[in-house]
Design a protein around this ligand. Sequence first.
Ligand code: PEP
Length: 252
Amino acid sequence: MRKKIVAGNWKMNTQLSEGIELAQTLNKKLDNSENEEVKVVIAPPFTHLASIKNVIDSKKITLAAQNCATHEKGAYTGEISATMLKNIGVDTVILGHSERRSYYYDTSETLSLKVAQVLANKQEVIFCIGEVLKEREAEKHFEVVKKQLSEVVFKLSEAEFENIILAYEPVWAIGTGKTASPEQAQEIHAYIRGLVAENYSNEIAENTSILYGGSCNPGNAKELFSNKDVDGGLIGGASLKADDFKAIINSF
Ligand code: PEP
């Protein structure tokens, strides 16, 4: 059975001391039995990862990074490799977030290299896809997500694809307060699962977790997560408050 997952993308927020406090507070609020039902992931900034690893219980919280380099090591000034992340105990990496695609020029080509690095280190990828408002208005959202998946993760072997978690994040809903309606989310999540079945098998499609992201909060999470093809959320703003994030986790 596929996993239910709630992942918090902290983006470039919190100073180290605040980040440690947030992680500790969340760790205290969670108990092991909750984690058996819902996998909880947090993705703090790079500078916080090693310190936060020491203050959380890895049975309750999985630590993720928000990006990684296209190469393993070498003359790539300013980059952090998947191997370095693995070395400090980070087993999950978010790739393809729309902010990275638009501000830092992540393309399908660079994302393929990054995914390969993560998989080479036996880590998991949370792979983000989603259309911008213009594309949704032109009813091109199905086409857009199909292209984003086909150019990167659908090129993987079956065994590799088992390490991929998908996150559908309509760009028009990220940080805007606008959320996809539960019907819109279910429609495109079912479509994405169908694409996984076409490219791999029904069994793999059934086992793939597909998260929704975009202004998800304690007020709308329950309705979104109650859809049969929505397996959890990738949460931005609301993951910065332990109570809100916990309420979202409890929405299942
Ligand atoms: C995100 O950045 O992945 C996200 C979903 O942000 P927010 O929840 O703030 O819309």
